[in-house]
Design a protein around this ligand. Sequence first.
Ligand code: KMH
Ligand code: ZN
Length: 290
Amino acid sequence: MRGVSPPTTLITVAPTGAETAKSDAPALPVTLGELVATAQACQTAGAALIHVHVRDEDARPTLDLARLQDTVTALREQTELIVQLSTGGAVTDAFEDRLRVLDAAPDSCSLTCGTVNFGNDVFANPWAFMVELYQRTQALEVVPEFELFDLGHVASLHRLLDTCGAPYGGHVHCDLVMGVPGGMPGTAAALVAAVQALPAGCSWSATGIGRTSLPVALAALASGGHLRVGMEDTLTFARGRPVSGNEELVTRAAELARLAQRPPMSTDDARALLHIKARTLAHASREDAR
Ligand code: KMH
Ligand code: ZN
């Protein structure tokens, strides 16, 4: 396995996603108010980074730029979390809309390193799109998080770095998304295989979809990785018991991290790890006040 385990655990919360209907999961945060309240609670519970999908007035997934900008502003003003916007969106979103997400000036964005079957759908990320998105992150000084749904995506990440150079900030951070029907399984064996293939010196988190959430979290902690949890990925807390909210998943991840002697990472340490650009007055003034 690559290197020694870091002393603390970066906990990412992915609270909403693009796949679940509010009617199927009433605790899903879909309005800006619900998202900010969730973000604040998850920060208190131990999260340092939030992976954001936004919804429209009918709670449907959207990449509307004004909504994305309002969301970035509100999360910056009312939390200290690193704000990561999804460029994956929904499987139906057009490439040009996914590229435009960066105009909302997030701290970070997701960047999926290849196409993958996604249940009965296809999540399309062809090479040319990956390159264009990556080059936009470099130009706009947004830190990409490389989303890896399969072992082949790790190979494509190497190709991207070899072709286009280092990301903004110089540090590579990856997220293994495991257990998607069509992607790599959410098992310890698959996690170890993927981690062994990652670029040297990178940091990485892992998330397991659905019932793979806990095995993947435990395997990630045992392998020196960080954690992503949230209702984008998991709607069931235990067999037959729906999640009460995102805070509950972050609280459990923080407990696991403490048990592993790697307590939750602070937001400041997470910013330093990922080389996030200092870009907000609201955040700067909070830092000054410390
Ligand atoms: N909603 C999935 C199709 C990302 O956020 O970048 C894609 C996804 C990955 O959630
Ligand atoms: Zn996402």
